[in-house]
Design a protein around this ligand. Structure first.
Ligand code: HEM
Length: 402
């Protein structure tokens, strides 16, 4: 009987969850957590197996787990009640939703944002041009993704602060057992505000379409099928919530990894062509999304354990990304790593739709910051972690430039 316990809610695990992942992988890779009443998978091969196998459902309504019931409460009482999003849908519903949204949120539309993302990064850095020290999170990695997605959707600039608050409130409920009733209430009221706001904008765009993502989603059609009003609304909320804190955390966690591995930072500064592989390594080494969940839709055996139908699984992306069976020297941050088969964006049907956007934002942010300011130093002793167990990220990352 393995003795390892899965408790990701301790302060130690918050600061550094990787020793816990390592003991799980080594001692009990298909672990049953009595604490959370779910299975916890930590090996790369099991994580990819579950994400690719259609006997595991992304629809949390199928689960009997208390965490899932909590999430369901939000869904049933909030504006998500009317429509599922692709993130928690299975085929054929997932195929339909992802197909329709994918007609509007295309790689081309994302690529067209490149010059604008550059401008936004430049403006954000202009604001701190005279400061030798500033907080990277506050000044760059926090505002950047919300401005980008708001502009893509076609939302007026003056509503961005609300946008950010709504999205923060929604993702705060991902803390699992740590979620307070207060946080759930805030998320519900933010969801309501967000819904009324988007309903009004959707109505405007129906009357007068513009060249924005929202109008494109309204127009998206596949053999006579279109997104319903509720689906449009839920998708706007999904894009907003899925893309904000995650991208913020990629830039923050990635910068921290560079600062803690100065040889890698120097290497990147000396050879900017390493930027693409550096960002992939940031995603692998300390990714913004540490875990996702699935529910068994049938009894399935993994490594001699039967996962019973209805049972929930935590799929530890962050643990899979440090699995020595998948990555040589997994604990080493190596920006030149090739064959970087990380699962930071998931795998299979639900592979992150926003991955090209997140990658582009991070690459532009790092390149521009280094070009303009040179080599950063960490301006505090200990970084301050915010986020929660699922979304891993820093609350503050003060940088100093000489
Ligand atoms: C570094 C930043 C990001 C990370 C690490 C990330 C991570 C992920 C992961 C792990 C999933 C799969 C979840 C699962 O299988 O249960 C996912 C799905 C998704 N992400 Fe991202 N994401 C990021 C940024 C974005 C952005 C910028 C957007 C859009 C604006 C976005 C939109 C989505 C959508 C729509 C899905 C659902 C796809 C589906 O269910 O088919 N993400 N993301």
């Amino acid at each position: 009987m393995a003795t390892v316990q899965f408790n990701p809610f301790t302060p130690e695990a918050k600061a550094d969850p990787y020793p816990l992942y390592r003991s799980l992988r080594e001692a009990d890779p298909v672990h049953h957590s009595p604490l959370l009443d779910l299975w916890v998978l930590s090996r790369h091969k099991d994580v990819t197996f579950v994400l690719k196998d259609d006997r595991f459902s992304a629809d949390r309504r199928k689960s009997t787990n208390p965490l899932a019931v909590q999430a369901r409460k939000l869904q049933e009482e909030g504006p998500f009640a009317q429509a599922n999003t692709m993130l928690s849908a299975d085929p054929p519903e997932h195929t339909r939703l992802r197909g329709l949204v994918g007609k509007a949120f295309t790689p081309r539309r994302i690529e067209e944002m490149r010059p604008r993302i550059q401008q936004i990064v430049d403006t954000l850095l202009d604001d701190v041009q005279d400061q030798d020290e500033f907080d990277l999170i506050e000044q760059l990695s926090y505002p950047l993704p919300v401005i980008v997605i708001a502009e893509m959707l076609g939302i007026p600039a003056e509503n961005r602060a609300e946008f950010k608050r709504w999205s923060d409130d929604l993702v705060a409920t991902l803390a699992g057992p740590g979620t307070t009733p207060d946080a759930i209430e805030r998320a519900q009221s933010s969801a309501q505000e967000m819904a009324s706001y988007f309903q009004a904008v959707i109505a405007e765009r129906r009357k007068e379409p513009r060249d924005d993502l929202l109008s494109a989603m309204i127009a998206a059609e596949e053999r006579g099928d279109v997104l319903s009003e509720e689906e449009l609304l839920a998708t706007c909320m999904l894009l907003l919530a899925a893309g904000n804190e995650t991208t913020t955390n990629l830039i923050g966690n990635g910068m921290l990894a560079l600062l803690r591995n100065e040889d890698q930072l120097d290497k990147l500064l000396g050879d900017p062509s390493l930027m693409d592989s550096a960002v992939e390594e940031m995603l692998r080494y300390d990714g913004p999304v540490q875990a996702t969940a699935r529910t068994a839709d049938a009894d399935v055996e993994i490594d001699g354990h039967t996962i019973e139908k209805g049972k929930m699984l935590f799929v530890l992306l962050g643990a899979a990304n440090r699995d020595p069976a998948a990555f040589p020297d997994p604990e080493t941050f190596d920006i030149t790593r090739d064959d970087n088969n990380h699962v930071a964006f998931g795998n299979g049907l639900h592979f992150c739709l926003g991955a090209p956007l997140a990658r582009m934002e991070a690459q532009i942010a790092f390149r521009t910051l280094f070009d303009r300011r040179g080599k950063p130093k960490l301006a505090s002793d200990e970084p301050e972690w915010g986020g929660n167990f699922i979304l891993r990220g820093l609350a503050r990352l003060p940088l100093a430039f000489s």
